[in-house]
Design a protein. Structure first.
Length: 300
């Protein structure tokens, strides 16, 4: 009970006076101290934003409307929002450090939301075998992974050689739509040697798995982590501005490479235990993403 009483008194009385005293001593408002004291990247942006530890430190629910709305602005509105915040908090224009840091943080926040929408829109596009661009990407995937073997027909059992379930890969893209194919092609194009090595390892007589099907499954993992906000720290550390689709693909590449290592280290009894080990890997990645300093990428 005393804890609730103390929390009530602190939030409604003591906090105001404490902030007033600190501002009097430092000459800076709470937001200035936050942006000036936190490290660039996730620590700073999560403190400004509404989804990470430290969001409460910014006191957004109790701030004037201009500050509460700051974390919801679109990219085009960021500059104006920064000016409005500085005016509201009576921060001098010569404080260029504050202006720059807030601008970067708001760009990262708005960029994350835009990236999610772009990824979601791509996921919603069903694979269409009548679409020439879709078909070209599928054939490109084959050529990247199997450069010395010609695909004899569009509908072929050969697709099983790169880990699809049947003779027409389009049926395997139902869950993740075009996003699953785009991810597979991206990894194969930008990390061709690694992709071919992993494909070869996936044909192991005892520890083998379906390369393409697992790749699409990892697309779902990357998508879910983006959707629930778990990728915020990673992307805010990786990009000092707007996260792009490229950065999502890079994270996917990391998952593919690391899952293959994880699978062979764990040595599952059979592919029938895939879901169990997939969830164990998922938990491992979620744990890594809790680190404020996290950056999970492969290097070219």
């Amino acid at each position: 009970m005393w804890a609730h009483v103390w929390r009530f008194l602190y939030c409604n009385y003591f906090r105001f006076w404490l902030k007033w005293i600190v501002r009097l001593l430092t000459g800076k408002c709470e937001l200035q101290r936050l942006l000036g004291g936190a490290e660039a990247g996730a620590r700073r942006t999560l403190s400004v934003g509404n989804g990470g530890a430290g969001a409460g430190a910014a006191g957004l629910p109790r701030k004037p409307r201009v500050l509460r709305n700051a974390v919801y602005v679109e990219e085009a509105e960021v500059e104006k929002c920064v000016r409005d915040v500085m005016k509201e908090k009576k921060i001098e224009k010569k404080d260029t450090g504050f202006k720059t840091n807030l601008h970067i943080s708001l760009l990262q926040i708005s960029g994350y939301k835009k990236l999610y929408l772009n990824v979601e829109n791509l996921r919603k596009v069903p694979y269409d075998s009548e679409n020439e661009e879709h078909e070209e990407q599928l054939i490109e995937l084959w050529n990247l992974l199997m450069p010395h073997e010609n695909l004899k027909a569009r509908i072929s059992k050969q697709w099983c050689d790169i880990g699809f379930q049947g003779d027409d890969p389009k049926t395997d893209f139902r869950g993740m739509g075009l996003l699953g194919l785009v991810n597979l092609v991206y990894f194969s194009k930008h990390y061709t040697n690694e992709a071919r090595q992993i494909l070869s390892r996936s044909n192991h007589p005892k520890l083998g798995y379906s390369y393409a099907i697992v790749g699409i499954n990892l697309t779902e993992m990357a998508y879910s982590l983006l959707k629930n906000g778990a990728l915020k720290a990673h992307l805010y550390n990786m990009v000092s501005g707007l996260p792009q689709m490229e950065h999502f693909h890079q994270f996917y590449c990391y998952l593919v490479y690391e899952f293959d290592k994880f699978w062979f280290e764990e040595e599952p009894e059979s592919i029938m235990h895939f879901n169990q080990y997939r969830e164990k890997f998922h938990e491992k990645i979620k744990g890594l993403l809790l680190d404020y300093n996290v950056v999970l990428t492969l290097q070219d």
